[in-house]
Design a protein around this ligand. Sequence first.
Ligand SMILES: Nc1ncnc2c1ncn2[C@@H]1O[C@H](COP(=O)(O)OP(=O)(O)OP(=O)(O)O)[C@@H](O)[C@H]1O
Length: 270
Amino acid sequence: MAMTDHLLVLEGLAATYNHAIRVLSHVSLTMRRGEIVALLGANGAGKSTTLKAISNLLNAERGQLTRGHILFDGRDTTALPPAELVRLGLVPVLEGRRCFRTLTVEENLVAGGIGGGLSRREVAAGLERVYTLFPHLGERRRSASGLTSGGEQQMTAIGRALMARPRLLVLDEPSMGLAPLVVETIFSTLKGLNGEEGLSILVAEQNSTVALRYAHRAVVLDGGSTVLERDAADLRGRAEITALYLGSPEESAAHLAALREPSSADYAAS
Ligand SMILES: Nc1ncnc2c1ncn2[C@@H]1O[C@H](COP(=O)(O)OP(=O)(O)OP(=O)(O)O)[C@@H](O)[C@H]1O
């Protein structure tokens, strides 16, 4: 298959922090255009580091990619600055929601449009679009972001990314610390964008139940390596996926073996 059939290809990524601590050993995944892919795994499995590697933000934390390839739209992006990646359509929303707390919600959104190289007219259209997607943000547009709720801050961070007109949205734990209803609002809005506009989404989540409900496929990391890549439908509702890293290594290995079974139909029949 030609590489360009895929929007994103990670091949055997290895990464370290401070030239010493190896946190990724062998991360591989492929994403087709229009897919939602959930990146799952326990605390410290390497999800955030993988997303930072894709977005070229490892340097900021003294991290380095030491092996492997990242291809976005068939192009090796490992040497491109983050701002250039945004202009190409690869837009991250990383952990912590990272809004400019003293700026208003609207000023945060405008910053995303400017970062994406939009004209004034495009920024105005982008704002309308974000407020249509998240009506709540429209009501809070003049509030300082730092004074809005966690859910509103997450919506602002996502809205800011959407202003840059992404083709691939890269999200790190959007559900973290949010009420279930807010999580559903955020995921269903993203799913809507995926269905209507074909927006591709790579989302790292510890909340595998929610992520699997909305994703097409799932990639599981363990100890800095990809250990499973499957259709989300094959993993939905499976007790092994939530129990995967809660027990002993032997139990985890048994769960993983079960999850690797050929198909959900086979599984149901067995
Ligand atoms: N800036 C850093 N410097 C050194 N080590 C780091 C740094 N960031 C992360 N690590 C380590 O790298 C490993 C992978 O962390 P990472 O944040 O990528 O995992 P994760 O799967 O996203 O987990 P979490 O859900 O807890 O964020 C962990 O052992 C973590 O302690």
